[in-house]
Design a binder for this molecule. Structure first.
Ligand SMILES: C[S@@+](CC[C@H](N)C(=O)[O-])C[C@H]1O[C@@H](n2cnc3c(N)ncnc32)[C@H](O)[C@@H]1O
Length: 437
């Protein structure tokens, strides 16, 4: 492909993302390239890097165009703006590529040229920008993020703009962390031990691992270190009855089975049949023998039958995913204030339902990959008010037994991890104990 054709394809991809604001951009990109198999590997990387560049800077680009009265910039304008503001292109450079020749984007209109001219030489980030675009954070999340980080918000926002490392969890059902590390190294994948999780391995250069023998044989799972710590905190022990209430594709179920040494019983529940199908495959590959999957339906009798039967109930709740913005930069623009309000209500309902399963003296573990107090501490405050038979078990009291060799990574009554402070995705976890009868 010529450079101009690559840019034209990046405009098309960006237009597809803009046209479906509720769909994850990586799913749109997968469809886009599946329908254009003629785009080869290096062209594909170039096209998607360009489109993702503009998606990452969407909030800032909107602000710049808004200064000139353009409230809904087209994909071609957004991409040109990105080239000028973020990549330092000249207007002539843009015009040479928006040439109208075969496979190239059509030439700039007089109006487009007029606006882009004003962007030339401007920095992408200006001190006079409001905090939201300056820090690349959406307005709807600002109150919660300010409450969470206070003066530390700028450093956290900068960390959220960095690419996330690729973290793996060594599957202790198949080998020790050291043995799994050696297997990866033997396949030419250098990795280091993660500092907090006792099972974590970090691939520095984000080299893909899903084709390696180590991965295909179930010795490792892809899982952020923060997510591994949620499983650690659940403290599921051999012989226990455990419910992973929002199991999805079983990321945490797999880790729980490992801490249980495949003994006892785990029920992986979810309302999504397709996610549970993915779970079945992963559990098989991971060598998990002590789990079953249960599809939650309305009027489910299983929940009633299972009342107060479980030693541990993990609720890894659906959330805004603000803690994963390093990996999913498009989620900043895909989610809004109404989504947050709906999720908070949904989390409360799920918590009320799931807590029924906890036996007297057993524990409910609530987790999100959100940095927003509304979904985290405030959600817990509401739950504890509705359920006075549950009491928080402080994180600082739990940690020494789980990782005696390392100081607790955060002080609070709850675990609250963030990209800047802990090098993990943003994860929150609370452990609540039900009164013994
Ligand atoms: C954060 S994801 C879980 C990720 C998973 N635990 C993992 O570690 O890979 C939240 C999950 O909650 C599920 N969910 C949504 N509404 C639910 C409900 N009312 N009851 C149970 N699960 C629900 C979603 O289908 C989704 O799989």
């Amino acid at each position: 492909m010529t450079p101009a054709a690559r840019l034209a394809a990046a405009i098309d991809l960006l237009a597809a993302v803009e046209a479906s604001p509720r769909r994850p951009a990586d799913a749109i990109a997968n469809d886009f390239f599946r329908n254009r198999r003629y785009i080869g590997g290096s062209d594909r990387r170039n096209v998607s890097d360009r489109a993702w560049g503009a998606i990452r800077q969407r909030l800032r680009l909107s602000w710049h165009f808004g200064e000139f009265g353009i409230t809904a910039p087209s994909a071609r304008l957004l991409l040109a703006g990105h080239l000028i503001l973020a990549e330092g292109w000249t207007l002539e450079g843009v015009e040479q590529n928006y040439s109208g020749e075969r496979f190239a984007a059509s030439p700039l209109s007089v109006e487009e040229r007029g606006v882009l001219e004003k962007l030339v030489g401007r920095p992408l980030v200006l001190p006079r920008m409001p905090d939201g675009p300056r820090l690349n954070l959406p307005e709807w999340a600002m109150p919660g993020l300010i409450r969470r980080f206070g003066d530390g918000l700028a450093a956290e926002a900068a960390a959220m703009e960095q690419p996330a490392p690729l973290d793996l969890r060594a599957n202790l059902l198949k080998g020790s962390r050291e043995a799994v590390l050696a297997a990866l190294v033997a396949e030419g994948i250098p990795a280091t031990l993660t500092p907090l999780s006792p099972w974590g391995l970090r691939i520095a250069d984000r080299r893909p691992v899903s084709g390696t023998k180590t991965f295909l044989e179930g010795l490792v799972e892809i899982q952020d270190e923060g997510s591994q710590l949620v499983a650690l905190l659940t403290d599921a022990q051999p012989g226990m009855r455990v419910a992973d209430y929002c199991a999805g594709a079983a990321g945490k179920t797999l880790a729980l089975a490992a801490t249980m040494g495949n003994r006892g019983h785990i029920v992986a529940c979810d309302t999504s049949a397709s996610r549970l199908e993915g779970a079945v495959k992963r559990l098989r590959r991971g060598g998990v023998h002590n789990s079953e999957c249960h599809l939650l339906t309305s009027g489910d009798k299983w929940r009633k039958r299972s009342s107060r039967k479980f030693d541990r109930v993990l609720v890894d709740a659906p959330c805004t995913g603000t803690g994963t913005w390093r990996r999913n930069p498009d989620a900043r623009i895909r989610t809004n204030a109404r989504d947050l309000a709906e999720l908070v209500a949904k989390q409360a309902m799920i918590l009320d339902d799931a807590s029924e399963l906890v036996r007297p003296g057993g524990r409910l573990v609530y987790a999100t990959c959100s940095l927003l107090p509304e979904e985290d501490e405030m959600q817990m405050a509401g739950f504890l008010e509705r359920h006075p038979d549950f009491t928080p078990v402080p994180f600082a009291a739990l940690w020494p037994a789980l990782r005696p060799d390392i100081a607790a990574p955060c002080p609070g009554p709850y675990m609250a991890l963030s990209p800047h402070s802990h090098g993990t995705d943003g994860f929150f976890a609370a452990v609540l104990q039900r009164q013994p009868s």
